[in-house]
Design a protein around this ligand. Sequence first.
Ligand code: MG
Length: 220
Amino acid sequence: MNMKKLIITNSSLSFYPGKVVCVGRNYAAHAKELGNELPEFPIIFLKPSSDIIFSGDKVVHPEYSDELHYEAELVLLIGGKIKNASDEEAENAIAGYAVGLDMTLRDLQNELKDKGHPWTLAKCFDTSAVLSDFRLKSDYKISLKEKISLKVNGLVKQNSLLANMIFKPEQIVKYISERMTLEEGDLIFTGTPAGVGKVVPGDKIEAEIENINKLVTEII
Ligand code: MG
């Protein structure tokens, strides 16, 4: 086994990354900027754990796309196995938080959407899931009044309150657990605010959630 461990800040605990479950269109302003309707239920897709890289690693731009987009997101770490979770179990299953990037091939995604095909190849490619270190909930309980922000080459592109999420973290965990078992080390990307855009090789990205963590990466 050659799996990379997640590193947890302020703690000796570490986890093997499991499946990566992602929520689409979870901020109204972002759904609108891409011309999408507001979802009635969370829109769910997956990424393989082999797509994960960490702050300081580089995002490799696939050659078969001309439109690589950044999406800064709050990422939840699941601390134990749950299935059909109650509200309380969903809340308790969240062990920590990070800031992450759901890197997306927007041209491919639009093409696949038009054809009615799954988004898989637009969302799943090596280095498409970038993570900061995690902050454990036992150390700090997140407030939705906190800001999530992203800069490209020092310019602010995304800046929102987590409170603008349509579906809140516990609701998302509960919803997913009604459809698939969540296990220790699974990660949930909770969607991106407005301001997504294209990056090209050489661009440097910084993303931050106040009081949680910060990540840096470069496109190559
Ligand atoms: Mg996303």
